[in-house]
Design a protein around this ligand. Sequence first.
Ligand code: URA
Length: 527
Amino acid sequence: MPTDASLGHGLHAVRLDGPTDLDGFRRACRSLVAQGIRPEQVTWEISATSEREAAAEPDLFGGALSQANEHDAVDAGAGTAHDDIAPGEAQALRVPAAFAALCGSAILHRDPARFALLYRLLWRFQRESGLRQDPLDADRMAVSRLAHAVHRDLHKMKAFVRFTRIKPDAESAPDSEPDGPAALPLHVAWFEPEHHIVEAIAPFFMRRFTQMHWAILTPERCVRWNGSRLEFGPGAGRDQAPPPDAGEALWLTYYRNIFNPARLKLKMMQKEMPKRYWKNLPEAVLIAPLAARAHQRSAAMIASAPTMANRRRVVLMAPLAVPALAVARPTNIAELRAATDRCRACPIGEHATQSVVGEGPLPARLMFVGEQPGDQEDLRGRPFVGPAGQLFERAIGELGWARDAIYVTNAVKHFKYELRGKRRIHKTPSQQEAAACLDWLEREIELVQPAALVALGATAARSLLGAPVAVMQERGRWQARADGRQVLITLHPAALLRTDPAERAAAYLRWLDDLRLAAPFAPGPTG
Ligand code: URA
């Protein structure tokens, strides 16, 4: 079969490393332009990383390519005839600055003709000086349409990915001892993007959910964040995604409650939330029934008398909705961890990564109780490992006590925080939240059987003694619990970290004096 004699060149088949191989595409373009190879002489193919991709990306000019064996083949990824061109020989490509950015987006489009289109436009930019001034040129408009569709797909993926919490992430807890560090839960989402956007969107989810371990499964590509790096893998099936969880039920309740029938604009809603996404959006099942009743509900709202806004009342939370121990009575610390992890007797647990229970020997003569896990503790599943924990460890070290010989825990088992930007700022748990955790703390005391306890701060003192304690007045004193155990009152180490630097050294020495009072119950010296 003769080559296209009128052009005087053979056909060139460019093979890219994958559907989003922008570097390979750029390299190939530079090389093709340098050799004066016209767009119509080039066929573009993807060396498929999976059969699915191969099926999804048929060769643009199948017939021509199969005849092209005798002609040049350009492998854009793996060093090619064209890569042999010295950089100096390859002429610099002249393109408007905006074209490069547009190209980066358009290449993610699913249309198999995108490479041919982009190369044709690139080629024309080298030769047609008027093209820059012609935004209505058909090729330029076609590339803009591709980039626009990709941006829309990226936007939809940001909005419609819904994670389901499935199980501890085995990788986050290599240590499988029952009392070893708890594994972080893994959050998994299933999504079906229209275009090849998984790699492009992954950094967004990494920044947005840095603290979580998560995976997003899609038919073409999967991505996973393990807390320190993004990993990509081949596509998955819908059946590999987890079924709905309790969090989803909560989300549906929330969605139902925020749905305002008087504001329903179905067309607008469908534009924002196109139907093709509905099958993977748990809330979509609510749209039809809520929309069907919207008219009736807004008519009822209009007909009913106005209600006066209540003045803000402080209402003490009802006693625990579900007394924690009515659900389960842990017989060891591992069971306590599992039970507190599931506990939703107060709202804190819903937002924490995991529960954090105490650690130390069983039994232990001395038990320290802090307030609640902080950011680091929440992520690592261990008490007192953040800045306050380091100060605590230094103090007991200076007193000559080995950390692993004392039991250290918190009154509240989940991290309560407020999001400020990307930072999770510690919030003191309310009395009701601490009360919701009381059953767990008491069960932990039964399991640890300490001879004495140290309350670090007001929350711990109140939980241990069942009444408010003025810590600054009572510090350095022992008080008796209802079970007869003695509790030493002192400050929380975080209070020392907040002390004026000029006074911190003296405050620290005074705190050491408080702690030293527990020496009769303390373990032997370190080392
Ligand atoms: N503060 C606490 O009270 N407990 C911890 O585990 C960490 C900080």
